[in-house]
Design a binder for this molecule. Structure first.
Ligand code: SAM
Length: 240
């Protein structure tokens, strides 16, 4: 009998078509892949069909680790890591493909954490809560730090929505499957984080005031940060 822990956001997939659609979005063949929160291995099985070179799976739940060790005991491609994704160091990886039906209670935190390893990752395909998927989409108005960081490092696409019906237990929210492709390998993540801390610190203030520069006629610098388009925000990032 499968039990789900709310504290670990355990909503397990039960629809093979959906797991196939998710894995079809990622370049899995002959690549090194990391799956976050494999649960009972539903998505893991779809990943394996696509013949990755090596598949790392990290799971926090001890009972599930016992289950997974048995399930995949004969599989030489899989490396099972017992632990917390938010503590995993990805520095040793190169061109990593990350894929997950993420635990929704920490999905934003996980994505921001993984941005720190942008040099090690090729792409990430995630199922996340619909509203979180929108929060990272720089093509939607109302700038925030998530859209900014996503835009300077990746090209991002919301691919398709998923109904709560394909999970057990069913979550109370709708889901979206998204993909981040790390295009820009020259990003200084510390500079980007410092910039976003400053520029989003006081969203009611005009930009030039947040930047502590002299009063100016420049139209962009006289806007408030959430009035900017992503291109205007990038212009400021390159300007200062
Ligand atoms: N991949 C499975 C599926 O699609 O059926 C399970 C997805 S479920 C939404 C999220 C999984 O992440 C659970 O198995 C949960 O135990 C695991 N998890 C939760 N927090 C975690 C963390 N900090 N690090 C690693 N795994 C975690």
């Amino acid at each position: 009998m499968i039990k789900a822990k709310k504290s670990l956001s355990q909503n397990f997939l039960k629809d093979k078509n959906i797991s196939k659609k998710i894995t079809n979005l990622a370049k899995l063949k002959n690549n090194t892949v990391l799956e976050i929160g494999p649960g009972y291995g539903f998505l893991t099985d779809s990943i394996l069909v696509n013949k990755p070179k090596k598949l790392y799976i990290i799971e926090k739940d001890k009972n599930l680790i016992t289950f997974l060790k048995k399930k995949y005991s004969e599989n030489k491609k899989i490396v099972i890591i017992e632990g917390d994704i938010l503590k995993l160091n990805l520095n040793k990886f190169k061109d990593l493909i990350i894929i997950s039906n993420l635990p929704y209670n920490i999905s934003t935190k996980v994505i921001l954490y993984l941005f720190n390893f942008n040099h090690n990752i090729l792409e990430m395909v995630f199922m996340i809560q619909k509203e979180v998927a929108e929060k990272f989409d720089y093509n939607i108005k109302n700038m925030n730090k998530y859209k900014f960081l996503t835009r300077i490092m990746t090209s991002y696409l919301r691919h398709f929505e998923v109904s709560p019906k394909v999970f057990f237990p069913q979550p109370k929210v709708n889901s979206t499957v998204v993909k981040f492709e790390f295009k820009n390998k020259n990003v200084d993540i510390n500079r980007a984080n410092d910039f976003s801390d400053i520029i989003f610190k006081n969203v009611r203030k005009k930009i030039y005031k947040n930047l502590k520069i002299k009063k100016t006629e420049n139209i962009i610098l006289n806007k408030r940060v959430n009035e900017l388009t992503i291109d205007e925000l990038l212009w400021i990032y390159n300007f200062i």
